[in-house]
Design a protein around this ligand. Structure first.
Ligand SMILES: *Cc1c(COP(=O)(O)O)cnc(C)c1O
Length: 427
């Protein structure tokens, strides 16, 4: 059997059925913005392989850091042992983060980082004498991962709630933040979405441990951009009702939205922050959950005082070394400015989509361009077209979007915009 035949017969891919294999491209090599296919064709990775490859694929200093660490110590358990890759990464990370966020837990993936954030919040509340505060609140339209608690926090319509029924924990949902990123903010709580949050907190506050949200960009839950002032209002309401605030910046951190972190647009700091994806420059699965000193203190008052989580590969030295090198790379260039450059170009070049009959909306923020269609896109045709045109796009449902690596030069940004317009016009 050749590779594609083995794949078709035996391997599950994200969100696919074994019984109905989807068309597949075989990637031989990934370098910079390019995915090289086994048949000799190449495609620009306009998805940054799902937000990860922010600096392009296989950046030389990251590959070098991985190799050097592999020679020294690929792994060692983190219970009772520590190592320089972890301490150096933490030093750099804490320097980058806003003041007050400095207690770091290293997790294996974004979803696990969300699980840990939830666990921190609930443990902190119980330790602080609020044993009834065990449920969570969030806005509709979000995405927080595929593990059980994370799933329960995803949009109840777009997400997987309907497939798993009562197996999914019931959480509290408010409507999607209604004011768009670029729209005029209104102080009227009935219109800016904060009225619904206040009403929820007034009714169910004593049962809620934390509110979790993706700052400014709701990613895989619908690719929507909302107004930063919502986050300021949310912070104030969480403080008023003793609810912890968790920001899931797994997709939005490291320049993607045109700022270092999405929360920077609002000038608001959460109690707990989740990072992942571009943390390792897209080289490997790794994530971090960072709490404030106050949250760490709250948890420490409890019995047990320990945070009850500890994955086998926690603080994996290879991942820490790569993430440390990625933070060095972060410091070498104004990556948020690169995102704004790409965004400005996408904004201009995607503008014709506004006149397409099939397109319902066009929106761009930082290096994220979204054409929302009126009907779902023909996935198999798009898949074949990507290899023909040399631009890798992976729409979901009615959403055709790109978040190219921040190193993408103008000529290739144009190619991406052109491919998106061709798909949106109808293949
Ligand atoms: C991707 C993502 C996750 C989940 O991360 P995994 O590494 O896929 O588990 C969680 N939250 C957000 C906002 C994400 O974009």
């Amino acid at each position: 059997m050749d590779a594609l035949a083995i794949d078709r017969r035996h391997i599950w891919h994200p969100y696919t059925a074994m019984t109905q294999p989807q068309p597949m491209h075989l990637v031989e090599r990934a370098e910079g913005i390019w995915l090289h296919l086994s048949d000799g064709r190449r495609m620009i990775d306009a998805m940054s392989s799902w937000w990860c490859a922010a600096y392009g694929h296989a950046p030389a200093p990251l590959v070098a850091a991985l190799k050097a660490q592999a020679d020294r110590m690929p792994h060692v358990m983190f219970g009772g042992l520590t190592h320089h890759p972890a301490t150096e990464l933490t030093r750099k990370l804490v320097a980058l983060l806003p003041d007050g966020l400095d207690r770091v837990f290293y997790a294996d993936s974004g979803s696990v980082a969300v699980e840990v954030a939830v666990k921190m919040a609930v443990q902190a509340q119980i330790a602080a004498g609020n044993p009834a505060r065990t449920s969570l609140a969030t806005a509709r339209g979000g995405y927080h991962g595929d593990t059980w608690k994370a799933m329960s926090l995803c949009d109840p319509d777009n997400g997987m709630h309907s497939h798993f029924g009562a197996a999914i924990s019931a959480q509290h949902f408010v409507p999607m933040p209604p004011v768009a990123f670029n729209a005029d903010w209104t102080e009227d709580p009935a219109q800016n979405g904060l009225g619904a949050v206040e009403a929820l907190f007034a009714r169910h506050g004593p049962q809620i441990a934390a509110f979790i949200i993706e700052p400014v960009v709701q990613g895989a839950g619908g690719m929507r951009f909302y107004h930063p002032a919502y986050l300021r209002g949310l912070r104030a309401l969480c403080d008023q009702f003793d609810i912890l605030l968790i920001f899931d910046e797994i997709a939005t951190a490291f320049g993607r939205t045109g700022a270092t972190f999405g929360m920077e647009h609002a000038g608001v700091v959460p109690d707990i922050l989740c990072l992942g994806k571009a943390l390792t420059g897209g080289m490997m699965s790794f994530a971090a959950t960072i709490a404030s000193g106050r949250v760490a203190q709250m948890i420490g008052q409890g019995s047990p005082a320990a945070l009850m989580h500890g994955p086998t590969f926690m603080g994996n030295p290879l991942a820490c070394a790569v993430a440390g090198a990625a933070l060095d790379l972060w410091g070498t260039r104004d990556w948020a400015a690169e995102a704004r450059r790409i965004g400005a170009q996408l904004q201009g070049e995607l503008a014709p989509a506004r006149d397409f009959a099939g397109a319902a909306d066009l929106r761009v923020l930082g290096a994220i361009g979204v054409i929302e269609m009126r009907a779902p896109l023909p996935m198999a045709r798009v898949h074949a077209f990507c290899a023909e045109t040399g631009v890798w796009l992976r729409p979901f449902g009615r959403l055709l979007y790109a978040m190219p690596p921040l190193i993408t030069p103008p000529g290739q940004v144009s190619q991406i915009a052109h491919a998106m317009l061709t798909i949106a016009r109808g293949l």
